[in-house]
Design a binder for this molecule. Structure first.
Ligand code: SF4
Length: 407
């Protein structure tokens, strides 16, 4: 991956954004902000799922009053999302929020923009300039004929200039679009002309799985190019899914330390000795409940499983009605097949509390030899071509030659 681009650093409450700060995960509540207890409950759930910063809408006075109660009790910094009415931005500042998000397409009067920026400056509160292709400033839409990367970037720059007129530059910027190529190109262009931290997102990505794929395509492409300081998945789903996805994306790209489970599983094939999909699901459910920060492998057979998953902290491979439990590729125990998920869970707990060396030292004597015997027996039964592909190819050729089916 390309080295991360240098951006200046701002602080959203106690979370640093930009510079060398870890890339942060954001999400947004879907409760009415006036519902203080309901909103706080969701904020806590989002935080548990991986959100570092949470945004709440501030669309009416009751929402701003709710924020006054929510902010002091929140486990993470709160951003107030403001559209249309600049008074809501002022009210959110009174409530003590840690950041504002303003949409330049919706609050358009320069005197309103400057008043909000100047108040934010006095209180040391940063603002996200949140440009959105779907609500682009009307004048820019007319100038460019449609939402283009140039139009989105210019919208952000116009807003920045208003801020600069009152001496305010505590700013991060987003140029979101629901069209992935447009989103990618907009951020590339923006990143070339500013060193403000960038908040990435594909807006209105829709429900999973398509929404997850769109958002990941856009954000992962930019992150791999070193662009992006904070991210948000905009999914039509429980926002906990957004926070989880954000965290998982950063962990998968090696941009944040793993703090939860990473389950890898083989895709299964003709060699599989178990229902890999079901066992992987059962293992995921059992291990996720424990929130252990390890990589776990579920492999369908002992022929290739332990070797292919040797980088995993721990794993299980099936073979001859038995589960072969391995730690860092070394088989440590062989258990009956119907006990394999339970055995995996117990070993995972021990691994986290005792460490790899201790668990390797506690391996059952002979486990490796038993696994090797099972592996050789399976190879003997199935041969090297478990899917019988060569045999099938021969039958296809015969059928094509003589026009007759062959059994
Ligand atoms: S060879 Fe074994 S581990 Fe590899 S995909 Fe097939 S069943 Fe899974």
């Amino acid at each position: 991956m390309t080295e991360r681009r240098k951006t200046r650093q701002i602080h959203v409450g106690n979370v640093a954004v930009g510079g060398d700060a870890p890339i942060s995960v954001q999400s947004m509540t879907i409760t009415k902000t006036a519902d203080v207890e309901g909103t706080l409950q969701q904020i806590y759930a989002l935080n548990m799922a991986g959100a570092d910063i949470v945004r709440c809408t501030c669309n009416e006075q009751a929402a701003a009053e709710g924020l006054a109660q929510i902010v002091p009790r929140s486990p993470v910094p709160i951003v107030a999302d403001v559209h249309n009415n600049h008074l809501m931005a002022l009210a959110a500042l009174e409530a003590g929020v840690h950041c504002l998000r303003l949409n330049p397409g919706n609050i358009r009067k320069p005197e309103h923009i400057k008043l909000v920026a100047s108040e934010a400056k006095d209180r040391g509160v940063p603002i996200r300039i949140g440009v959105n292709a779907g609500s682009l400033d009307r004048d820019l839409y007319e100038k460019y004929g449609k939402a283009t990367p140039e139009a989105l970037v210019e919208s952000a720059q116009i807003e920045l200039r208003y801020f600069e007129e009152v001496g305010f530059d505590d700013v991060k910027i987003s140029v979101k679009a629901s069209n992935v190529p447009l989103m990618i190109e907009s951020y590339r262009q923006l990143s070339a002309v500013t060193d403000h931290p960038l908040h990435l997102g594909v807006t209105e990505a829709g429900p999973p799985p398509a929404g997850l794929i769109k958002a990941t395509a856009g954000m992962a492409t930019l992150l791999a190019e070193g662009i992006g300081d904070t991210i948000r998945y905009s999914l039509t789903a429980d926002p906990v899914e957004e926070a989880k996805a954000g965290r998982q994306l950063l962990e998968a790209m090696g941009l944040r330390e793993r703090r939860g489970l990473d389950l890898i599983a083989c895709p299964s094939c003709g060699r599989a000795e178990i229902d890999v999909i079901q066992v992987a699901k059962d293992a995921q459910a059992a291990l996720e409940a424990e929130n252990l920060p390890i990589q776990v492998a579920v492999m369908g057979c002992v022929v290739n499983g332990p070797g292919e998953a040797r980088e995993a902290d721990i794993g299980i491979a099936a073979g001859r009605q038995r589960g072969h439990l391995f730690v860092k590729g070394q088989v440590v125990r062989v258990v009956p097949e119907d006990e394999m998920v339970q055995a995996l869970l117990e070993e995972a707990r021990l691994l986290v509390s005792e460490g790899v060396d201790a668990r390797l030292a506690a391996a059952d004597a002979g486990a490796e030899a038993e696994a090797e015997a099972d592996r050789l027996a399976l190879l003997g039964e199935q041969g090297a071509d478990a899917n019988a592909s060569e045999q099938k190819v021969d039958l296809i050729r015969k059928t094509m030659e003589d026009g007759q089916p062959h059994k």
